[in-house]
Design a protein around this ligand. Structure first.
Ligand code: TYD
Ligand code: MG
Length: 454
């Protein structure tokens, strides 16, 4: 029976039997593309029909030393990778176009090349002269990187096989083109084939391969989502265009912790490391204001302080607005529901806006309590003391749950000059020496004591 084509969403990778305008899985419009079936026919035998070469099997207890990592010396970059770049690995660096992927990779590659990693940088987007200009602007003109502007995968692989570099940067995977695949560059089939060839090269020759992938929110460009499961490490480079902060976040890492972040600042001479992100995120905070709450969070393995800002305003709309920037979309609704149902504080008829200052995206569930405090503070028009930080998880019953790493959160807060904290009861508060702790078992108690309502 002839195999029919399948249809794949370029934004999320969902597979369908027929085309449709909207992906049911991720909601993206016009992102579904046809993929040609793998050829089959009389020339091909069923896998079981003809013998293949036998595999060499090994024990679990092979006492091989762990792979030697190469650190770039950019501490923020190395931490996100789990300590440095691992040989024979494939890393995807995704992000919006123009966010700074080429810039950070040129900077990191220059450092790694200087530290002895034979480096080849292949750009399918820019001419060599353009990359040289960027390098000059970044002060990296003397870095021992070898450049090529190319998109043909066959030529690129031939060069890589001959040169055997330790590090290869491919900028970007969407521009690569395999002549074995019958579709346009940037299509799912091409992106997938190119990623497969390049990761195979990494494994075969022990090279570290970094693939750049553009992601757009509307999924118009074949998303690196289809590549994510093929590579060892997936990093996303995030940030708001208008802000100078950039966050490199590991969302998958076979060689280190996931959810680690590195913080950078975009300057006129490229990306500068930010060693103390809390200081940066809290910079510009003025006098105590209603709706502003400092959250002591953990991002990856380290504590980060950020400011949550809430605005609550009467609305003529039947369906009040709930706008959230920088936090998980569904959680604010849960916090609002708990405030209404367990503390008797209605938000009906009120627009609610919530924002994380500085453009950071928070993933820590301990932000619940900071968000609740910001919402209450905005609604009651009462500022929290400016020396206080807040953190804790809220359960649907309204109970407050202690969160991991209480000590580290308190330590970071104290380091930045805060002297009190609003926390759930029962947390291990060892690091909080010198901090005045106000702990609460449930949200209603906090509402009564801190805001005198409920
Ligand atoms: P780029 O690395 O080209 O983005 P991407 O590869 O993710 O598409 O970065 C583009 C932006 O960065 C561009 O708007 C200019 C800015 N930029 C600086 O602000 N300073 C610099 O030193 C460099 C090289 C770029
Ligand atoms: Mg680029």
């Amino acid at each position: 029976m002839a195999k029919s084509a399948t249809f794949t969403c370029t934004a999320c990778g969902a597979v369908y039997a027929k085309w449709s305008g909207r992906c049911e899985s991720c909601g993206a419009w016009n992102a579904i593309e046809e993929e040609a079936p793998l050829s089959s026919g009389p020339g091909r035998q069923a896998l079981g029909a003809r013998r293949g070469a036998g595999l060499t099997l090994s024990d679990l207890s092979d006492n091989e030393p762990p792979p030697a990592r190469t650190a770039s010396g950019m501490a923020e970059f190395d931490r996100v990778l789990g300590g440095g770049l691992v040989p024979a690995s494939a890393t995807l660096v995704g992000g919006d176009p123009g966010i700074g992927k080429s810039t950070i990779l040129l900077q990191a590659a220059a450092r790694l090349a200087t530290r002895g990693l034979e480096t080849i940088y292949v750009s399918g987007e820019e001419a060599a002269a353009q990359i040289r200009m960027r390098a000059a602007r970044l002060g990296l003109a003397d870095a021992p990187i070898r450049l090529a502007a190319a998109t043909g995968l066959r030529d690129i692989l031939t060069t890589l096989e001959a040169e055997r570099p330790g590090l290869v940067v491919i900028d970007s995977i969407q521009t690569m083109w395999a002549d074995t695949v019958d579709s346009a560059p940037g299509s799912v089939a091409q992106v997938r084939a190119a990623a497969h060839e390049l990761t195979s090269f990494a494994k075969r020759r022990g090279a570290a391969v970094i693939l750049v992938g553009h992601v757009t929110k509307d999924g118009q460009i074949a998303g690196p989502r289809v590549v994510e499961h093929m590579v060892d490490t997936v990093l996303y480079f995030e940030g708001e265009r208008g802000h100078q902060f950039r966050i490199l976040r590991s969302v998958k890492n076979r060689f280190g912790p996931a959810d680690e972040i590195g913080v950078f600042e975009m300057t006129g001479r490229g990306l500068a490391e930010v060693a103390n992100p809390s200081q940066l995120f809290l910079a510009g905070r003025g006098a105590p204001a209603a709706g502003s709450v400092v959250f002591a969070g953990i991002e990856g393995t380290r504590p980060v302080l950020v400011e949550f800002q809430a605005l609550v305003a009467a609305t003529p709309l039947a369906q009040p607005r709930r706008a959230v920037v920088g936090w998980d979309g569904a959680r604010p609704a849960m916090v609002l529901a708990v405030l209404e149902a367990r503390c008797g504080i209605p938000f009906a008829g009120l627009d609610v806006y919530l924002n994380v200052a500085g453009g950071l995206r928070i993933a820590d569930p301990a932000a619940d309590l900071a968000v609740a405090a910001a919402l209450l503070s905005a609604r009651e028009d009462t500022a929290l003391p400016s020396d206080a930080v807040v953190f804790g998880e809220i359960s649907l019953s309204g109970a407050l749950r202690p969160v991991p790493q209480t000590e580290n959160r308190l330590k970071e807060a104290r380091k930045l000059g805060f002297s009190s904290a609003i926390v759930p009861s029962g947390g291990k508060a060892g690091g909080g020496r010198g901090m005045k702790l106000r702990d609460f078992g449930d949200l209603a108690a906090l509402v009564g004591e801190v805001f005198g309502t409920g």
